[in-house]
Write a protein of this length. Structure first.
Length: 365
């Protein structure tokens, strides 16, 4: 219960020692499967970017009546995790080792744990009730804002306004995380100096990681409005080989380089964006449409792109979307800093001291 930073630094040293083939999350079997899923969620959310490496190991299977087939679909439906192994009193050591090794991914993943991402993966704060209350209040408020927004989204908006309000809400919620960090810092009297630096940084990281999980839901909703649009419909010019996507017009004749003058990912028919104002007060989210703005026309510097020769869209060869492009389009919250700017220097200094002062011997099995 003490020296949480140092203890987790030992684990970080191990993760940095060699490429990682699997991250094993161990959970004790419970009579209620939903309790187990929630426990896994607590840790899995921190390793969300590495979900392909996560394997859940359920122990104490001899004390419950349900079967592995009851747990697997629940875990997948809630968290998208498919890799699970089970053990009980009757499980042999060699069999369990083979089960674990059988879930290891190839090639292994290179992880680099440093001061910038350490607080994303490890929880090092204490459980002082007053601080935890302020953190929980912010998290519950954040979730309530998303709940009320979801109700607004399904209140009869037309398709164009739905898309616009989702993307503006995404920006609003990102800014709200910074405001939540400031409020907790002030309410708890954090100074990020002296012996309390590590614990204060841990509490803010705990807050931010939970808020980022909610923001991830918002960004997933936003991604849903773009994933089926023209960016996935790519074709190659038969003359110069340049790859294009069609955002408006028919499948007939055009010229290579004939760019749309008002590209709007929401619709090929509109090039204007509705703006919205969000206000959270007294437990209520107020959303009002505040105006519209035109999308910018392409820069004149883009002239000359393409060979200019006549092409027929329906006769151009389709091109598969590159894997690296699909990765870029994925949902991430890495742009949101776990700590506010003023807390980062003192945290880095504390982390550097712990990192260099506490080392353990790591051996390959």
């Amino acid at each position: 219960m003490s020296e949480k930073l140092e203890h987790n630094v030992w684990i970080a040293h191990a993760l940095n020692y060699a490429p990682v083939s699997s991250i094993l999350l161990v959970v004790k079997a419970d009579t209620r499967i939903d309790n187990m899923v929630n426990i896994v969620r607590t840790y899995a959310e921190r390793f969300g970017d590495l979900v392909d490496l996560i394997t859940v190991c359920v122990t104490h299977m001899d004390v419950v009546r349900w079967e592995p087939e009851d747990f697997r679909p629940k875990l997948y439906d809630e968290l998208g995790i498919v890799s699970v192994i089970f053990s009980g009193k009757s499980s042999g050591c060699r069999d369990l080792m083979n089960d674990i090794l059988g879930q290891c991914k190839s090639p292994p993943h290179n992880l680099t744990i440093n001061s910038e991402n350490f607080l994303k993966f490890f929880k090092i704060n204490d459980s002082k009730l007053k601080i935890m209350k302020h953190v929980n209040d912010e998290v519950n408020e954040f979730k309530d804002i998303l709940r009320q927004f979801s109700e607004f989204l399904n209140s009869g908006l037309d398709d164009k306004d739905k898309v616009d309000v989702v993307f503006e809400f995404q920006t609003y919620m990102t800014q709200m995380i910074t405001q939540a960090q400031k409020r907790v810092t002030e309410l708890c009297g954090f100074s990020f100096t002296g012996a309390n630096t590590v614990n204060e940084a841990g509490h803010l990281a705990n807050l931010t990681n939970q808020l980022k999980a909610v923001l991830h839901e918002v960004r997933t909703i936003a991604l849903g409005y773009t994933s089926s649009h023209g960016v996935s419909n790519l074709r190659r010019c038969p003359h110069c080989g340049l790859v294009w996507t069609k955002v408006s017009g028919c499948d007939g004749s055009t010229t290579c380089g004939n760019m749309d003058s008002g590209f709007d990912v929401r619709s090929a028919n509109f090039a204007s964006l509705a703006t919205f104002h969000f206000e959270w007060a007294s437990g209520k989210l107020t959303i009002r449409k505040s105006g519209t703005k035109r999308l910018r026309r392409p820069s004149s510097s883009r002239k000359g792109v393409g060979c200019g020769r006549e092409v027929t869209w329906s006769e151009m060869a389709p091109v598969s979307l590159p894997p690296e492009f699909r990765t870029i389009a994925g949902v991430t919250t890495d742009d949101v800093h776990v700590l506010p700017t003023e807390a980062q220097p003192s945290w880095r200094a504390s982390f550097a001291e712990a990192w260099s002062g506490k080392r353990v011997e790591v051996k390959k099995c």
